[in-house]
Every structure is written in C-alpha cells, then in structure tokens.
Design a protein. Structure first.
Length: 65
C-alpha cells in the first residue's frame, strides 16, 4: 500500500526544487538551475525506486502459476 507520507515528501521536494530554480534563474545562474533541476529529479526517483521494485515483484508473482 502506498504510504501517504511519501507523496508529501515528493511534493515538498518538488516545491523546493521549483523555488530554488526560480531563485537561481532570477540571479542569472541558469546552468546551476538546470543542475539543481536534474539533481531534484534524481532524488525523487531514488525515493520511489523501492516502490517500483515492489510493483515489478508483485506483477511477476501474479503471472507465475
């Protein structure tokens, strides 16, 4: 079952990434803003990789008789 706190963590991380990107772009550091955006996406993917592994395991057990 999906834990609701994970959704809040992903939302908070996304909000923080957007704020950092806007601040960095307004100060003229577009390259650092892009790197921050990429790092944020990687962090969020690392948060959900465990859920994806569980999903594939459950699909694998569902189709094995």
């Amino acid at each position: 079952m999906l834990d609701i706190t994970l959704l809040f963590k992903i939302g908070a991380a996304g909000l923080l990434i957007v704020i950092l990107e806007r601040v960095l772009k307004s100060s003229g550091k577009d390259d650092v803003a892009t790197l921050t955006n990429i790092a944020g996406v990687v962090i969020i993917l690392l948060m959900i990789v465990n859920l994806i592994a569980k999903l594939f395991d459950s699909i694998k057990t569902m189709f094995m008789f």
